[in-house]
Design a protein around this ligand. Sequence first.
Ligand SMILES: Nc1nc2c(ncn2[C@@H]2O[C@H](COP(=O)(O)OP(=O)(O)OP(=O)(O)O)[C@@H](O)[C@H]2O)c(=O)[nH]1
Ligand SMILES: [Mg+2]
Length: 201
Amino acid sequence: MVSVGSADRYLPDTVQQAVKILVVGAFGVGKTTLVGSVSEIEPLRTEEVMTQASIGVDDLAGMSTKTTTTVAMDFGRITLNSRLVLYLFGTPGQRRFWDLWEGLAEGALGVLVIVDTRRLEDSFDVVEQLELRGLPFAVAVNQFPDSEWYGADELRGALDLLPATPVVVCDAREHASSVDALISLVEYVSASSLRTPETTS
Ligand SMILES: Nc1nc2c(ncn2[C@@H]2O[C@H](COP(=O)(O)OP(=O)(O)OP(=O)(O)O)[C@@H](O)[C@H]2O)c(=O)[nH]1
Ligand SMILES: [Mg+2]
């Protein structure tokens, strides 16, 4: 999170476009962390302490400090430039809450998929869900200190991504790095929407 003060809460008059972005990913990949590090307003979080229901279901390997999980949504805002503001909606990662994605995705221009390469297989279904729903997305690899290093092509192969789908590496705790990931998504979605059906067919 950047500074939080009343001066930051109001949008400049120059803002012409407000865009909704969904932040999705498997359990514990860093969605809440990213929305929080990016947001220029106090982010809204719906964290609950993980309960017995989580034991044996959610893999906490590599997340010794994680005690809570998102049960409804994260919300944040970032003014990318004087004309464009992004509203970020983070989803819950636990599978039992995936039904909420449908509602949260309504009206979203694009999706940032956060991936943890230490548990890459957890992300297969996430990517599949987005492809089924036809939502444009970019992949942001949240690099943890003990993450294995995958080349972009290897990762694309493993996640079965289309050649045009952006893949970026970020640190969800870092504002600048996370904003860069969002910019990659916005650039991709803007470029795709500029292509008319005539030029793509
Ligand atoms: N080292 C490191 N730790 C991180 C990073 N991102 C998140 N964490 C930690 O990893 C854990 C998971 O982060 P969350 O942001 O809660 O993940 P989430 O995807 O929102 O999790 P759910 O809502 O439960 O699905 C937390 O304990 C974070 O402090 C990162 O980039 N590096
Ligand atoms: Mg979360």
